[in-house]
Design a protein around this ligand. Structure first.
Ligand SMILES: *Cc1c(COP(=O)(O)O)cnc(C)c1O
Length: 459
């Protein structure tokens, strides 16, 4: 089983963390108390936690050793210099601004680059990214290829930008009305789907023609690079490091969440080439995050991040990472469970529309399925559908995304193939009896990013 197709873990285990499993009656009580929202369950009541891959990474012994090298100076920390050098080397940008996490970088970028009423086209939205764009007067416009909205279509680079959609927007509103293009690698909400180098180059060319800037959401850039190596002509023999570097050569800057591909538990940064923007970003970072030499991170965090970034581009690490996710997805496919295809980089997404055809989208099928999975197995997942999409900021109506998904997100270097087997068995069992899943309705709906704190009851 564990061969090239599913390579064994390229590490051995030095420290372990025990997990406990409460029984089903206890889990039924827990989910009711959590208002059927998996975000509101205590971690201690979870057996296998696939809520998110954000900040849940297992650090290496080198990173833990790095924590002891923390230089907690208020200004000019040695760890900052190491992190800055590492980011510049790997990504190739001229300037780096540290932030407490990815959304801190999004806040600064959105504040600096968006004028009220300007568009921020992107290959699908991400929750915090769109929030900051809209809060700064930006108008999100989806320019991902149509295939990304259909869970059944096979496309090697389902995160690609549709050049025609971008061109149409430029024609319609004028290039000066576009703040920048936001290009996410990979696209989280499309199922961790990658973008090809060919597409990045084409977007660069089109944007150059119209003098439009491009900022990447770099959060899962290493996972994207692996898909390029695997699928794109001419890249099989390039190193992950070379591919990552090339990807960013087509961007003007990026926002990065340190909680994903940096293999740390917190942190983030903003990169850019523009001098003027860098000066203004340094002014803003002191207001929102901290000095430009820590930006909300401790010295030890920055050391761990620099080491994590170096480890993240190692070939064995990323190959195992992608294939472990695939291992779970392929078991589900073999049992006829409807999932988003092709299987993406960080998660397996259950297609709740096809999983629960007896429920309408207004009955919140993905939220209901995530709650049921927890009750049956102690596995925690997350809704990515109508609840996450929120309401239109102007009309107040629910966004009704085509994709109604439950995300089984695999933390990096945390679980083994045996854990994936447990998850697969639980999902397959529920699928056999999916008609018994009842819909949900809101009993408390927060105004912003409602999925985090919303509460529901069964209908
Ligand atoms: C997590 C994430 C962010 C935000 O980063 P945080 O570190 O959680 O603030 C932005 N974009 C994408 C695609 C993400 O997955």
């Amino acid at each position: 089983m564990l061969d090239k197709k599913y390579p064994a873990e390229p590490y051995r285990i030095k420290s372990v963390e025990y997990v406990k499993m409460i029984n089903k009656a206890e889990r039924e009580k827990v989910i009711k108390e959590a208002g059927y929202n998996t975000f509101l369950i205590n971690s201690e009541d979870v057996y296998i936690d696939l809520l998110t891959d954000s900040g849940t990474n297992a650090m290496s012994d080198r990173q833990w050793a790095g924590l002891m090298l923390g230089d907690e100076a208020y200004a000019g920390s040695r760890n900052w210099h190491r992190l800055e050098k590492t980011v510049k080397e790997l990504f190739g940008f001229k300037h780096v601004i540290p932030t407490h996490q990815g959304r801190g970088a999004e806040n600064i970028l959105s504040t600096l680059a968006i004028k009220k009423g300007q568009y921020t086209p992107g290959n699908m939205y991400f929750t915090t990214t769109r929030y900051h764009q809209e809060a700064n007067g930006g108008i999100f416009h989806d320019i991902v290829i149509d295939e990304a909205h259909d869970t059944t279509i096979h496309h090697p680079f389902k995160g690609n930008i549709c050049l025609k959609k971008l061109e149409d927007l430029i024609k319609k509103v004028g290039a000066e009305q576009i703040a920048y293009v936001c290009l996410a690698v990979t696209v989280n909400l499309a199922g961790g789907q990658p973008v090809s180098i060919e597409n990045m180059k084409a977007v660069r060319k089109l944007c150059d023609k119209h003098k439009i800037k491009i900022f990447y959401d770099a959060t899962r850039c290493v996972e994207n690079a692996y898909f390029i190596k695997e699928r794109e002509k001419g890249y099989a023999n390039k190193s992950i490091k070379e591919i990552v570097f090339e990807m960013f050569s087509y961007a003007d800057g990026c926002t990065m969440s340190g909680k994903k591909d940096c293999l740390t538990n917190i942190g983030g940064f903003l990169c850019m080439n523009d001098e003027e923007m860098f000066l203004r970003a340094k002014e803003l970072v002191v207001v929102f995050e901290g000095m430009p030499s820590y930006g909300g991170m401790t010295g030890r965090d920055m050391e761990a991040m620099a080491i994590g970034l170096e480890e993240s581009v190692q070939e064995e690490y990323i190959e195992h990472r992608i294939k472990q996710v695939r291992y779970l997805g392929e078991q589900l496919l073999a049992a006829g469970v409807p999932i988003m295809e092709p299987i993406g980089g960080h998660a397996v997404f259950l297609d709740a529309r096809r999983f629960c055809p007896h429920l309408t989208q207004e009955q919140l099928p993905a939220q209901a399925l995530a709650a049921r999975l927890y009750v049956e197995s102690g596995v925690r997942s997350m809704e990515r559908g109508i609840v996450s999409a929120g309401r239109d900021i102007n009309t107040g109506k629910n966004h009704a995304p085509k994709l109604e998904l439950v995300r089984l997100t695999i933390p990096r270097r945390v679980y083994t193939y045996a854990h994936m087997d447990v998850v697969a068995r639980a999902v397959i069992d529920i699928h056999k009896n999916s008609k018994s899943i009842r819909g949900l309705k809101f009993v408390y709906e927060p105004k912003m990013l409602r999925f985090f704190n919303a509460r529901f009851e069964e209908i």
